[in-house]
Design a protein around this ligand. Structure first.
Ligand SMILES: CC(=O)CC(=O)SCCNC(=O)CCNC(=O)[C@H](O)C(C)(C)COP(=O)(O)OP(=O)(O)OC[C@H]1O[C@@H](n2cnc3c(N)ncnc32)[C@H](O)[C@@H]1OP(=O)(O)O
Ligand SMILES: NC(=O)C1=CN([C@@H]2O[C@H](COP(=O)(O)OP(=O)(O)OC[C@H]3O[C@@H](n4cnc5c(N)ncnc54)[C@H](O)[C@@H]3O)[C@@H](O)[C@H]2O)C=CC1
Length: 255
């Protein structure tokens, strides 16, 4: 149950974030949907009704994220959980020897900006609002949930930028848990395997098909609702903190 809780979910016009926002409302909570102005966030928020609001947000912008947090406070009065789902990927080799072409530095930087810097930007600003909550009987004020990827550990050919961006999210989890402990704010990172979302649908069919077959059990793509269920677990279990949880059916990606 997420009854009475207010969540802010980035990247929630699509895929894993969308399923998470849906779960918030279905389980009795309220949600701020943060996604790019070009996304379908507005339409989606209308479908969810009065317990959801869309704020056009680029997670890399201090101004946008601050505005989303202000709207969250004005409309719902508080923030209990910030969930980082916004993310992008590219697939380029470090050097394409057939074409004598190095990986574009702009592509590397862009992925790091959205996935790593964007995640940290949301965390650093959101915990200022979560920290204003009265602590519960356990001393807890709220929770942050991040989304890394199994590519943080077993990135494939072409995943240098994406894996680096997700490895950084894994790396920041424990120190941030330590930073926030005195305020009773927990942080947990989920490292998903392969989930059936528009992001994965953009992979070459060959890669997607091969990857799905390599998942030991269940040997299928994850459902976005299964990710949302894990977010709820992270929010509800008071002992989960400073940890990265693989959610992947025992997948270990091959080169
Ligand atoms: C989403 C999750 O979180 C979970 C996951 O991680 S799921 C796992 C995802 N796995 C992947 O994404 C695998 C990524 N890797 C790949 O798709 C491929 O290995 C690869 C595309 C990087 C290389 O494939 P390849 O068959 O060796 O081909 P290669 O000749 O090197 O390049 C293929 C294409 O990449 C592009 N490319 C390669 N290097 C490039 C560069 N430096 N700059 C721009 N484009 C480049 C080119 O457009 C090229 O296309 P064309 O052939 O049409 O010109
Ligand atoms: N689908 C999968 O198999 C896996 C996904 N992930 C991660 O899960 C997260 C969600 O991915 P999916 O739902 O699959 O992708 P998706 O592409 O369906 O959704 C991502 C959303 O993020 C938004 N977004 C992109 N850049 C943004 C920015 N600068 N500011 C705000 N929003 C932005 C997009 O508009 C989109 O709505 C990503 O971080 C991804 O790396 C990790 C492992 C596996």
């Amino acid at each position: 149950m997420l009854k009475g809780l207010v969540g802010l979910v980035t990247g929630s016009a699509s895929g894993l974030g969308r399923a998470t926002a849906e779960r918030f409302v279905k389980e009795g909570g309220k949600v701020v949907i943060c996604d790019l102005p070009t996304s379908k966030g507005s339409e989606f928020a209308s479908q969810l009704g009065e317990n959801a609001v869309f704020v056009p947000t680029d997670v890399t912008s201090e101004k946008d994220v601050s505005e989303a947090l202000n709207i969250c406070k004005d409309k719902f009065g508080r923030l209990d959980a910030a969930v980082n789902c916004a993310g992008i990927g590219v697939a380029f080799k470090t050097y394409n020897f057939n074409k004598s072409l190095p990986h574009k530095l702009d592509d590397f930087t862009k992925v790091l900006m959205v996935n790593t810097v964007g995640t940290f930007n949301v965390i650093r600003l959101a915990v200022g609002v979560i920290g204003q909550n009265e602590p519960n009987e356990d001393g807890q004020r709220g929770v942050v949930v991040n989304t890394a990827s199994v590519a943080a550990y077993d990135g494939q050919i072409g995943q240098a930028a994406y894996s680096a961006s997700k490895g950084a999210i894994v790396g920041m989890t424990l120190p941030i848990a330590r930073d926030l402990a005195s305020q009773g704010i927990r942080i947990v990172t989920i490292a998903p395997g392969l989930f059936d979302t528009p992001l994965l649908q953009s992979l070459p069919e060959k890669v997607r098909h091969f990857l799905a077959k390599t998942i030991p059990f269940p040997s299928r793509l994850g459902k976005p609702e299964e990710y949302a269920q894990m977010v709820e677990c992270c929010i509800r279990n008071p002992l989960l903190n400073g940890e990265v949880i693989r959610l992947d059916g025992a997948l270990r990606m091959m080169a």
